[in-house]
Design a protein around this ligand. Structure first.
Ligand SMILES: [Zn+2]
Length: 395
């Protein structure tokens, strides 16, 4: 049996609860406000949206709603330009099992007509929409997530084996500000694994080489080079300018400095390390899980560490670990997924196996424990240590 559009719409309206602008305001101000969804197309939201609205265009609603609203009892209010598409969208959500769906009568037009507040969302340029199209399509990233990435400030400590793939993928993903801390110059022996650099840059400061590569990949990215070694004097100042830190360092003193500064500043620290054919990654997220000192409260004595040059590293390995660090950083920025906080991921390239160890927070930890004893940064003696690997205690 067929029907004309007017009859179809009338039937839809009879099945959907409609709210006035005033009623919506009342519900939004209540202790359990509904989720407000703007189902207009992206170009219709250029003149503003109702404050707090989530944007899911009508054309993508069925595809995205389950990821966006997993709980079908969530109270939802839909709105469109004038209140027609939102009624049809509400019928669809009810058919999908959502039990508390309403539509804003008169839509955005009525809201604006009554002089209610309008929020202007920042927009991507057409070039950015094209560049990040594959992100925007993902419900877990989307338009808002891409804007979050573009606002994010990430500090990569080390532009070496780990920092190279991390920084490249962060730049490609559109992370807006990338800081690079590295005091070294590009050396021919680096080129076997440090893919930020190139033959014609041997002798160039690594921060300059990194900036050149990252800006070439994505002109949207601001790259800040810090051509210094991280010390107790500069670590807090540098790290405080960023949202999170990627530890791609190759020595214990830097590792402890990053850890302690991140705990003091409350910044997440995405940790990675490599040794020969083995790699490890985890996230130290103050307030959410352990810190590095929960695993190893003090650095090992320098005499127990072999010389870096002797240790050797499989050149492809940091690609895996550095990219895992980039993934964890992007997830933290987006607030999506389960981070590696509290879990140490291990990788053996020769066996091609991944493992995982639980790493609980230690209440006795001198840095993040219940009664911390370390309250300022410490410069440990510089020494090389297995290219920075964490040894797993055998107990
Ligand atoms: Zn700790």
């Amino acid at each position: 049996m067929t029907t004309d559009f007017q009859s179809y719409l009338e039937r839809a309206r009879s099945e959907v609860r409609e709210l006035s602008v005033e009623a919506l305001e009342g519900r939004l101000a209540s202790p359990s406000p509904p989720l407000l969804i703007d189902v207009r197309e992206a170009d219709e939201t250029l003149n503003g949206v109702i404050p707090g609205a989530t944007l899911i265009p009508r054309g993508l609603l069925e595809l995205r709603v389950e990821a966006a609203i997993p709980d079908r009892r969530t109270p939802i209010v839909l709105y469109c330009a004038a209140g027609t598409r939102s009624v049809l969208a509400a019928v669809t959500l009810q058919a999908l099992g959502y039990t508390d769906v309403a539509s804003l009568a008169g839509g955005f037009a009525r809201h604006a007509q009554l002089g209610r507040p309008v929020e202007h969302r920042r927009r991507l340029t057409a070039d950015q929409e094209a560049r990040y199209a594959r992100h925007i399509t993902l419900p877990e990233v989307g338009y808002e997530g891409q804007l979050k990435l573009m606002d994010a400030k990430v500090l990569c400590v080390g532009a070496g084996g780990l920092g190279s793939p991390t920084a490249l993928y962060l730049a490609a993903a559109g992370v807006g500000t990338i800081g690079i801390v590295d005091a070294d110059k590009v050396d021919r022996t680096n080129l076997q694994r440090q893919i930020l650099h190139a033959e014609d840059r041997v002798g160039m400061p690594k921060v300059d080489s990194a900036a050149k590569t990252l800006r070439g990949l994505n002109g949207d990215v601001t790259v800040n080079g810090h051509a210094v070694r991280l010390t107790s004097q500069n670590a807090l100042d540098i790290i405080s300018r960023y949202d999170l830190v990627i530890d791609g360092s190759d020595n214990f003193p830097t590792r402890y400095l990053i850890n302690d500064a991140c705990v003091l500043l409350g910044k997440p620290n995405v940790h990675g390390s490599i040794y020969r054919f083995e790699g490890q990654a985890t996230v130290f997220h103050p307030g959410h899980g352990p810190c590095y000192r929960c695993l190893f409260s003090e650095p090992p004595p320098p005499e127990l560490s072999p010389n870096c040059q002797d240790a050797g590293v499989f050149g492809v390995l940091p690609g895996i670990i550095g990219v895992i660090q980039a993934i964890e950083a992007v997830k933290l920025i987006l607030g999506k997924g389960d981070s590696l906080s509290g879990r140490l991921l291990t990788f053996d390239a020769l066996a091609m196996t991944f493992g995982e160890l639980g790493v609980p927070r230690d209440p006795e930890c001198p840095m993040c424990g219940d009664a911390p004893t370390i309250r300022e940064l410490i410069d440990y003696e510089q020494f090389c240590s297995h290219d920075g690997r964490v040894s797993i205690p055998s107990h």
